[in-house]
Design a protein around this ligand. Structure first.
Ligand SMILES: [Mg+2]
Length: 391
């Protein structure tokens, strides 16, 4: 037996670089929408039409020169509260190691604990949290999905923005055709009008036009009571829907549980829930088939991942709400296929576009979230504050 005379190669060791947060910038950005958007909440008089989406962006910079970009958002009201809260807690990040995300999330939430552990306060934390995840993935040179551990490199996607109630049905049909032609895998329609017969008429028109094979979802935006949800839910069974979304008030876990047990069609909800604890109640009651958390609304990626772990343990489907630029990564890292919803609203904010083909949205091959703020986003900035390390 001969023995090699050359010494075995030393295993390569990555150099450990500990870093510290040097500055944090928070910005408030108002994105105007080209059309006033109406869902069932507007038709029932509960909310005014949506004319803009407001964003809280956080830019975190470290001593080593790394940068992370994170975001949170609000619809109608909440912009000023999120920005004010973020501005107050931002100094708590200065000098911290950006890698210790869970610890920093906890620190920031405790800083504002007297105003609650859900809602606007934790949504302000979400902007920092997503920035820290973006930064960590950039440090690793990986898309966020890969840093988390991806199950796939693309996720099924459906269009939402074409199916609102302000659009006449001919327009909804045309929008659906355009979405499918653009490579999306399904379409969602808004329902929940005061006259549910009109909902069914619109749905029948779209189903007949698209055929039975196109994945179709409906979203009632919480506008049915328990009796109506059961009655309309049964009438919807014949349409072979992927899911019925927000059939009931978002806090009615027991009502959702009854509906989920009674219907063959999957019941989806979760976009209005703002903490892991609120999701815990729905899971405990078996109240939902498809969980729809929204990372900015629940306080960031850190709590989102805890909800995803609970959902996996309960063998539930996930279909994250809104902000596809962020959720494409989180959906790719969930064990079972998760639909991501396509809105074209946010395009002007970023320099990059997500690639969509074959019914799927592709995880960008860029480090971090893979988004950078556009000049237009800078132009729409209405408030900005930078917090630096003391010199
Ligand atoms: Mg919805």
């Amino acid at each position: 037996m001969t023995r090699s005379t050359t010494a075995p190669a030393e295993p390569r060791r990555a150099e450990v670089v500990l870093d510290r947060i040097e500055s944090v910038t928070v910005s408030s950005v108002v994105l105007p929408l080209s059309t006033a958007v109406k869902d069932a909440k507007v038709l029932t008089g509960r909310q005014r039409a949506l004319t803009e989406v407001t964003f809280l962006f956080a830019e975190v910079r470290t001593e080593a020169g790394l940068e992370g970009l994170g975001l949170s958002y609000a619809l109608r009201a909440g912009r000023a509260a999120q920005f004010a809260h973020a501005r107050e807690i931002a100094p708590d990040l200065i000098g911290e190691d950006p890698s210790d995300i869970d610890r920093l999330w906890t620190k920031l939430v405790w800083a504002g604990a007297s105003v609650g552990r859900s809602g606007a306060a934790t949504q302000a934390v979400a902007a920092f949290d997503t920035a820290l995840w973006d930064l960590k993935a950039k440090r690793a040179g990986l898309p966020l999905a890969k840093l988390l551990g991806a199950h796939r490199d693309s996720v099924p996607c459906y269009n939402t923005s074409g199916g609102y109630l302000h659009a006449p049905i001919e327009q909804v049909v045309e929008n659906a055709g355009r979405s499918l032609a653009a490579g999306m895998g399904g379409v969602k329609m808004k329902v929940g009008q005061p006259d549910s017969a009109e909902d069914l008429r619109r749905l029948r028109t779209v189903r007949e036009h698209l055929g039975d094979d196109v994945p179709l979802m409906v979203d009632a935006n919480q506008q049915w009571d328990r009796t109506t949800a059961m009655r309309v839910g049964r009438a919807l069974e014949e349409f072979g829907l992927v899911w019925i979304e927000e059939p009931l008030d978002a806090s009615d876990a027991e009502g959702h549980a009854q509906l989920a047990r009674a219907l063959d069609t999957a019941v989806a909800t979760g976009e209005m829930l703002t903490s892991v604890a609120e999701f815990g109640e729905f899971l405990r009651l078996g109240a939902v088939d498809v969980l729809q958390p929204d990372a900015p609304r629940v306080g960031g990626i850190t709590p989102y991942l805890k909800i995803a772990a609970l959902a996996e343990h309960a063998h539930l489907q996930m279909a994250p709400h809104f902000v596809m630029e962020l959720h494409v990564h989180l959906a790719a890292a969930y064990p079972s296929e998760s639909w991501v919803e396509h809105f074209d609203w946010l395009h002007p904010l970023f320099d990059e576009r997500l690639e969509i083909s074959g019914g799927r949205m592709h995880v960008p091959a860029r480090a971090g979230l893979g988004i950078t703020l556009s000049e237009q986003a800078r132009a729409w900035t209405v408030d900005s504050v930078r917090v630096d390390a003391p010199r």
